[in-house]
Design a binder for this molecule. Sequence first.
Ligand SMILES: NC(=O)c1ccc[n+]([C@@H]2O[C@H](COP(=O)([O-])OP(=O)(O)OC[C@H]3O[C@@H](n4cnc5c(N)ncnc54)[C@H](OP(=O)(O)O)[C@@H]3O)[C@@H](O)[C@H]2O)c1
Length: 293
Amino acid sequence: MNIKGQTVAVLGGKTGLLGQSLCSAFAEAGAHPIALSSKDCDILDPQSVEEILNKEDPDILINAAAYTQVDLAEDEQEKAFALNATAPPLLATLAARRSIPFVHYSTDFVFKGDKTSPYTEYDETSAFSVYGISKADGERGLLKLGYERTLIIRISWLFGPGRINFVEKILNLCDTHNTLTVVEDQFGSPSYTPDIATGTIKLLKKDATGIFHLANSGQTSWHGLASMAATLAGKKNSVTPVSSSEYPTKAVRPRYSVLDISKYTRTTGMTPRRWEDALKEYVQNELGMHSEE
Ligand SMILES: NC(=O)c1ccc[n+]([C@@H]2O[C@H](COP(=O)([O-])OP(=O)(O)OC[C@H]3O[C@@H](n4cnc5c(N)ncnc54)[C@H](OP(=O)(O)O)[C@@H]3O)[C@@H](O)[C@H]2O)c1
């Protein structure tokens, strides 16, 4: 489809980490993004979403709203399932009534993490955490609904402008702690939200539907990501690797959740840049920090 001139309703677009980058990317592509927060409409209340859709009459509906607090979800199961599992099919139903594309995001945390090669769209989901299980349920609900203009994009390890994220947290900690300890035995694909946003537009331009994996190219551990961010920002702190057993968290995270993005590349003809290049742009251009050359 042609993106230029289209009105795009972005749930989570006002305050969300990804949602804000989506709005910027759609505006850049000549579309008219409508950034929506939970105050504008509550995705748990389809009528409030329908009212916004009636008012704005969008050509595309994007759901970048979700329950994203991975550890807290273990204690707030009901809320996590309501937002991540119940809401997406209700939103897709609203899009179906208007015959407009519906885009939804899922996560690498739907996988258990016991593979040693990148996860493809054809691998079975088998999450450990409430967050991962709720997101996998959301995917299943969408597939069961069967609205043919649904695009589900699984993404991973987001960093980017507009909202506090892992990279920014690490760089803030560098100002208050000489030594940081970061988990070294969980591997994934760090992804820059502006790259996920432009990748989404590329998939929409190809009228892609179904499940796609999308991330920056390459893989690393949380320790690798933190170390690289500190280096690019010119921080002299020591970043010490620890195993996840030394840093227990409430939710069990996958040890390995690298996403295979070859279906995305085959469909769009594009390979996302490496995560190190995207991180450099974020740390140095967006946050304005520099390494001493
Ligand atoms: N962050 C990551 O590393 C990561 C990794 C893999 C996948 N993902 C997936 O990517 C998507 C975007 O994640 P994100 O990190 O950008 O999320 P985020 O920054 O936590 O933003 C979530 C958004 O959801 C909105 N929201 C929450 N409850 C709502 C409700 N009842 N009605 C309407 N809006 C509501 C929030 O808006 P208000 O502030 O107005 O409440 C907020 O803007 C999610 O599907 C997530 O599962 C994220």
